[in-house]
Design a protein around this ligand. Structure first.
Ligand code: ADP
Length: 742
């Protein structure tokens, strides 16, 4: 087959841009997906083709294959590439090519508009054996009884597969730092097992990449990477996205980090459980060491099987624990429905809310009370914590295994509460369930000083470089608890939902009851109004006929006259009662007509009226301070008439009878007091005297219906005002009325 002759004249005019790098063991070519024009190449292409890289830029892929000495099968390679592009690009990887007597792996993937071809040496010619080997190593890994067995066996198998000096299983902790949890190494190397590495050693963005690319090789830390170049007019300076390129070069900081550790080749396999990066199989070699694509794929397979095994074990353990938590939670909710009470269920000693996590203590802060169960901080400390949560924490469920990171006063509660899982019931009301875990003191061996993960460059300028010393740095960890697990969090989330549902149910029920109560109350009001109204006519008849009987029968005997008089008096009494009951129910019907009431004038008028009505013997009636009140004048005068009337009535047997009314302004309130030196009220009866028809035992000799104070109370409620009293039997009574000033 004939290929076009390379025309160098038009290539050297355009400036070349460096758009990323590949590691020196690999060459890279990227072509346009549509027309197979070569758009990017790695500068080291000459090692593969014997020709300068710029011979290929802006030429067709055929030309490139021809230069690889693939004339015979160049076309078929191209067909393969086209096939790969049409179908799953990963499916045929690697494509083996014999170039200049050496076997190379061509690895193809799609990156945006480009098809990326990476070429790297193929070392495993013994495919069959490798597969067999992987098969047997997988079964060995899966034999592990415990997670630890499985991890150690995976490290051993990977070490045998890739022949690196050290293979570690590195597990990420909740806060992003890592720990070596299994290790297989050459004799004579110092162990890294149990060492912790700060989170900054593998930064977040690197951890994200590990989730996308499951293997990563740095074959020779010291070798110079090769630039990826392109003509400016082909790419407009856009770099090629190398996310999925296995040969992508590594950041210089990471290279420095490895060099500081004395590592010359590194290989890693990601371990992913439940979509999270659980850890890495991290392999170090102290000399350069390349592992070819096939071996890397096999290592990846081992990593995937290990990941599944970790996920399965975690989920199985989680499931069992979850069932226990769930059972406790379900019992609690059932109990709540049974007793129709939240608190009773939560603090039930047999099956307390403590059991929905593995916390050591829980504080139930609900309806104004704090209940402590198990090992918890004190009530005052809990109250401080609740204030802080209300002000600072917006999440419904907040958790930390190091409260000191968040709460300024954490050190005083660290014994019982280094770990906090706070579940809000109502943030507004400061109602929470607070789960506590105690301090768990441990010693952590860091690989180097964790507080100095980077060092300032020697030039004295602030060029950061990874730390040089990895000497063991032992630290006693204080103020931390055991972490809260995903299962515990899920359990609390679910329980919160059930709890809030129950509380809403209860609130709705109470609202319904209130509505029904109000309806019943209104009905009763209407009923008493109607019945009182309807009674008026027959009572008037009774009275009228009695009068007629008395007047028309002058000869009636003394006893008959006495009875008729009693009938008439009783009819009057009934009329009075009816009038008062109607007055009482009228209060709730009447609209408020609020105005400023000049109390000096009103009280003087009432004084005159009351003295005329009661005609007391020896009364000293004093009016002191008369600040104005804002209210309905008719109703307010009813209040004072009733209270002053009672004061005069119930002190009428004292000599002199002293009645005093006094108003004062206190803050935003106007407070009136009405005092007398009469018979007094037993304070044990408390608010009962405000109930309809309630009269004390000591007033038998006094006229009255027991309606007055009920009317007063209703009027005060209608004005959003308060009434209370102080009294001592035999020593008089003071009633207080407190109104809002505005
Ligand atoms: P009554 O018509 O019986 O006075 P009220 O509703 O006005 O009814 O008062 C209810 C009860 O409260 C009275 O029966 C009396 O026992 C008690 N009471 C009210 N005011 C006084 C007072 N100033 N001194 C003593 N007892 C009082």
């Amino acid at each position: 087959m004939n290929y076009p002759v390379i025309d160098l004249t038009n290539c050297d005019k355009e400036p070349i841009h460096i758009l990323g790098k590949v590691q020196s063991h690999a060459c890279l070519v990227a072509v346009d997906r549509n027309d197979f024009t070569i758009v990017y190449v790695s500068r080291n292409l000459e090692t593969l083709t014997g020709q300068s890289y710029d011979n290929f830029l802006n030429h067709k892929l055929e030309l490139f294959f021809a230069s690889l000495g693939q004339e015979d099968n160049g076309e078929s390679v191209l067909q393969v590439v086209k096939f790969v592009l049409k179908n799953d690009p990963g499916s045929l990887n690697p494509i083996r090519l014999n170039i200049g007597g050496h076997v190379f792996n061509m690895i193809v993937h799609v990156s945006g508009n480009y098809l990326v071809l990476e070429f790297e040496p193929s070392s495993s010619t013994i495919d069959g054996e490798l597969q067999q080997y992987v098969g047997s190593s997988l079964s060995k890994i899966l034999e592990g009884r415990t997670l630890q067995d499985t991890l150690e066996s995976a490290a051993t198998q990977i070490k045998e597969l890739i022949g690196y000096d050290r293979v570690m299983v590195y597990r990420f902790w909740e806060d992003g730092h890592g720990e070596v949890v299994a290790e297989k190494k050459n004799d004579g190397l110092e162990p890294f097992f149990g060492l912790h590495y700060p989170a900054s050693d593998i930064p977040k963005q690197a951890r994200e990449l590990y989730k996308v690319n499951l293997t990563r090789i740095i074959a020779d830390v010291k070798s110079e990477p090769s630039d990826i170049v392109s003509y400016n007019d082909l790419t407009k300076g856009e770099p090629l996205d190398l996310t999925n390129a296995g040969s992508r070069a590594v950041s210089s900081i990471h290279i420095q980090y490895l060099l500081n550790m004395g590592v010359e080749a590194s290989f890693s396999v990601s371990l992913i459980a439940n979509d999270e990066l659980w850890g890495l199989i991290a392999c170090h070699n102290y000399e350069p060491r390349f592992i070819d694509y096939k071996a890397r794929q096999h290592a990846k397979l081992i990593g995937q099987v290990l990941s599944s095994s970790i996920q399965y074990r975690n989920n199985k353990e989680d499931k069992e624990i979850n069932i226990n938590y769930r059972n406790v939670a379900d019992d609690l909710i059932r109990k709540m429905h049974q007793d129709w009470s939240v608190t009773q269920a939560l603090i039930n000693p047999k099956n307390s809310v403590l059991g929905i996590t593995s916390a050591s203590g829980v504080a139930v802060v609900f309806e104004g009370r704090t209940h402590l169960i198990g090992q918890t901080p004190s009530v005052e400390q809990v109250s401080g914590l609740v204030n802080w949560l209300q002000a600072e924490v917006k999440q419904n469920v907040f958790h930390t295994s190091h409260l000191g990171d968040h709460y300024p006063h954490a050190s005083s509660l660290s014994d019982a509460g280094s770990g906090l899982l706070a579940c809000s019931i109502s943030r507004e009301l400061g109602e929470y369930l607070l789960f506590f875990k105690p301090e768990f003191v441990s010693t952590v061996n860091w690989a180097g000083n964790p507080e100095k993960p980077v060092e300032i460059g020697e030039d004295g300028i602030s060029k950061l470089s990874p730390r040089r010393s990895f000497a063991i740095w032992s630290r006693e960890i204080r103020g931390h608890s055991e972490p809260w697990t995903r299962t515990e969090l899920n359990s609390v989330y679910k329980f919160r939902e059930d709890l809030v549902h129950f509380i809403n149910l209860k609130a709705n029920e109470i609202r319904k009851l209130n509505e029904r109560l109000k309806e019943a109350y209104d009905e009763l009001d209407t009923f008493s109004f109607t019945i009182s109204h309807d009674l008026k006519t027959p009572i008037a008849s009774i009275k009228n006929y009695s009068e007629i009987l008395l007047e028309d029968n002058p000869g009636i005997n003394e006893q008959g006259r006495h009875f008729l008089t009693r009938i008439m008096k009783s009819a009057d009494k009934m009329n009075n009662l009816i009038r008062e009951v109607m007055g009482y129910s009228r209060v709730s019907r009447q609209a408020l007509n609020k105005q400023r009431i000049g109390m000096a004038v009103l009280l003087e008028e009432l004084k005159t009226e009351l003295i005329a009505a009661y005609q007391p013997g020896n009364l000293q009636f004093t009016i002191l301070g008369t600040p104005e009140i804002k209210g309905d004048k008719v109703m307010i005068s009813q209040v004072f008439t009733n209270l002053l009337g009672n004061a005069i009535k119930y002190s009428s047997k004292s000599n002199p009878s002293i009645v005093k009314v006094e108003g004062k302004e206190e803050g935003g309130q106007v407070v009136y007091s009405i005092s007398d030196n009469g018979i007094g009220i037993d304070m044990n009866f408390g608010g009962h005297i405000f109930e309809l028809f309630k009269r004390m035992d000591n007033v038998r000799d006094y006229e009255g219906s027991g309606v007055g104070l009920a009317i007063v109370k209703r009027i005060m409620e209608k004005h959003n005002a308060k009434i209370w009293y102080e009294s001592e039997p035999g020593n008089g009574t003071i009633f207080y009325l407190s109104f809002q000033r505005d």
